[in-house]
Design a protein around this ligand. Structure first.
Ligand SMILES: Cc1ncc(COP(=O)(O)O)c(C=O)c1O
Length: 392
């Protein structure tokens, strides 16, 4: 941070940026002319469907699109998402009370803490997990309580461990499947078990389903609302960022309990405005006309990841094949910690990966690789890895 601004206590409490050292090394390597391959950022390289881009361009030319738009979104957008949800999950949503468009799911996730949490209340957060759950809790005056995700349990929460963490001060629990960073999946029965625990302990259950559509093989996407129904103290976040490769467009949705959705909407009315109208029109196009594109996007990610993991295994690196997401969550070869391994890969092979410890204490022992680049570039990664002297 530059300048001498006195920042708030809450901002100071956000854990230090663990990747700063890796960033510094990356910049240094690039300055010295190295061709660094960045597997760090989860930003899809594939573009959005053509029909979505055409819709944005055509609608941007319409008169009157420059106005503020309603924070609640166009009714067509909400009903398109409700229609999509019904087709996908068989769950009927009231588009006026149970669906809320977001400026990307991250915005909704962050604001949910402000909507639901009182000072000092506790939040159950997965470790390893997406860092926004911690920042959101801390900025809202809450206290993160981490539950471990362990490989031997399929990176699912363990009831006995949850019971030790939960108390009368606990207000919310966060889950995320398909999971960033572990690339693990939950089925409806897993979600039922977790929803049961949340209900027994009077917690709002928040499911981050940003990667719901990036799933492989003959798997079907799974929603928390299939397990618990929309009326039951829960909220689920969806995103067009990964599903349609539109991360810069900022479109997401919150669905679930109308009371919880209503509270989030109240925060949004006070703090932000709606999505640019032509982007909303384009999102309607994505949700209603682009089924075939999703299949193509999914199959590209699947074939990349299958090929990549197979090649790693042939080298001797025993990496599990993910059931979804575009991440590989790879256990470390013996003798390294995750920062040390990431530093070695950057220095000796010009490959940037994310050290697992950056996602929480239980992320130690792993690195995350994001396969958001063409296969030729991934082949170059494999070639560089093969040339390393590492006991995989
Ligand atoms: C687990 C998870 N949730 C939510 C998001 C936010 O996505 P967006 O705000 O683009 O919808 C991301 C982005 O990387 C993510 O990894």
């Amino acid at each position: 941070m530059t300048g001498g601004a006195r920042v708030s206590k809450r901002l100071r409490m956000i854990p230090p940026y663990l990747f700063a050292e890796i960033d510094r090394m990356k910049n240094e390597a690039e300055r010295s002319g190295a061709d660094v391959i960045d597997l760090g950022v989860g930003d899809p390289d594939l573009g959005p469907p053509q029909a979505v881009v055409d819709s944005l361009v055509n609608n941007a030319r319409r008169e009157g699109t420059h106005h503020y738009s309603s924070y609640a979104g166009l009714p067509e957008l909400r009903s398109s998402f409700a229609g999509w949800f019904k087709r996908r999950y068989g769950v009927t949503l009231d588009p006026d009370r149970e669906v809320l468009p977001l400026l990307g799911s991250k915005e909704g996730i962050g604001h949910t803490f402000l909507a639901l949490l009182d000072e000092g209340q506790e939040v159950l957060i997965p470790d390893p997990g997406y860092p926004v759950y911690t920042s959101g809790a801390v900025l809202a005056g809450g206290v993160p309580r981490y539950y471990p995700l362990r490989a031997e349990r399929g990176f699912l929460p363990e009831q006995e461990e949850l019971k030790l963490l939960v108390s009368r001060a606990t207000a919310m629990m966060w889950i995320n499947y398909p999971s960033n960073p572990t690339a693990s999946l939950a089925d409806v029965h897993d979600l039922e078990r977790i929803a049961g625990f949340a209900a027994d302990n009077d917690l709002v259950l928040c499911h981050d389903a940003a990667y719901a559509e990036i799933i492989f093989g003959d798997r079907s996407p799974v929603s928390l609302l299939q397990a618990s129904g929309p009326g039951s103290n829960c909220i689920e976040f969806h995103s067009l960022s990964k599903t349609f490769c539109m991360p810069g467009w900022r479109v997401g949705f919150a669905v679930g309990d109308s009371g919880v959705i209503g509270a989030l909407a109240r925060v949004k009315t006070n703090l932000d405005s709606g999505i640019f109208m032509p982007v909303q029109d384009a999102a309607v196009t994505a949700l209603t006309e682009c089924e075939a594109d999703i299949k193509i996007i999914r199959s590209i990610f699947e074939s990349r990841i299958t090929r990549f993991v197979e090649a790693l295994r042939n080298m001797g690196w025993k990496v599990p094949l993910p059931g979804g997401t575009f991440y590989v969550w790879a256990p470390l070869p013996a003798g390294y910690d995750s920062m040390g391994f990431a530093a070695m890969l950057l220095q000796d092979a010009g490959i940037l990966v994310t050290p697992g410890v950056g996602f929480g204490r239980h992320g130690e022992g792993f690195v995350r690789m994001s396969l958001t680049m063409p296969e030729e570039r991934l082949d170059e990664v494999l070639e560089r890895l093969r040339n390393l002297e590492v006991e995989w």
